[in-house]
Design a protein around this ligand. Sequence first.
Ligand code: PLP
Length: 393
Amino acid sequence: MKINQNYDNLVPNYLFADVARKTNEYIAAHPDKNVIRMGIGDVTLPLAPVVVDALKKGSDDLAAKETFKGYPDYEGYDFVRDAIAGYYKTFGVSVDPSEILVTDGAKGDSANLSEIFSTDSVVLVTDPVYPVYVDSNIMAGRKILYAASGEENGFCAMPDPAVHADLIYLCSPNNPTGAAYNYNQLKAWVDYANANDAVIIYDAAYEHFIADDSPRSIFAVEGARTCAIELCSLSKTAGFTGTRAGYTVIPKELVRDGKNIYDLWYRRLSTKYNGVSWPVQCAVAAVFSEEGLKQIDENINYYRRNAKVIADTFDRLGIWYTGGKNSPYIWIRCPGGMGSWEFFDYLLDNAQVVGTPGEGFGSCGKGFFRFTSFSSYENTVEAMKRIEALLTK
Ligand code: PLP
């Protein structure tokens, strides 16, 4: 027998392994140094109290015969879908609860959604890119095109009308660059997708960080209902990286090749998946309650304050960056024309600060570097103090 030969086409990505190896080697050689990690992509604050209460109450329900729950509905319980639709209303976007499917997170959804499209669909991703979009499509044997981004477009890649694509992955606010599309930029993508009979898979995992009038959802954009699927995650919104929950929104009018896309995704979910557990779905509904939204905002504001400390530092240093305002990520141009890994080594050796080399996210990331705001406030302040002292020496 043969394995799926497409796996041979995966390019090994050693980014985080190399970051960890170099950091650990440095720590082993310099046990007296205090190394600060400013590259972490995981959240560090605990779940909000209302969420913990809902998880506990949901678990208690499972302990009694009268309230026990078995297999959930594939698409999620109605009260959870209602809560998510209510959340969309808070930023002025109308989606029907029946268009929402509750899942275990956006990473799996972003990889699995492509299964409902033909393997000869042409995929378009932006560069730099969240690696899952690329690798999941390589595994399926699809052709992948890249839309370049850089300083010239503020790392907001735009469509090229001369290029045809069938499946388009957009992530805004973006991981890794922190850049967020404005309305007109997203409208250009929506128009491009409708003109090409394409579908946009829109990853809104960081929408809750948006602080200006950038769209929080692609469905804020006119025309998106006929060309877009939105996926979102509670990982960064509410600290669910370990708890696991997300959702997809698929408008009922999204049809391709004569087929309703919601129905296909439902078919796929119900075939390969048995839904999200009762305590976790209770926790999701708690996040989107009035009190829940207040409490998760406290955590988001903590990360925002860290992001501002980082952004202010690079403002003072006169270093170009994107992100920080609408995103937990700050993406800087490496100072002095240094390469991504060169800057990594320089920072580790001279300031004992660890970040993420941008070139690990694609060729357009060469010469760029990502910081995250998920560290503690104290460590963020200390790391930025060290970097400022080093770069003004
Ligand atoms: N999408 C993007 C753009 C991300 O950066 C991440 C996490 O880093 C995810 C999705 C993962 O989401 P989840 O934890 O819900 O699987």
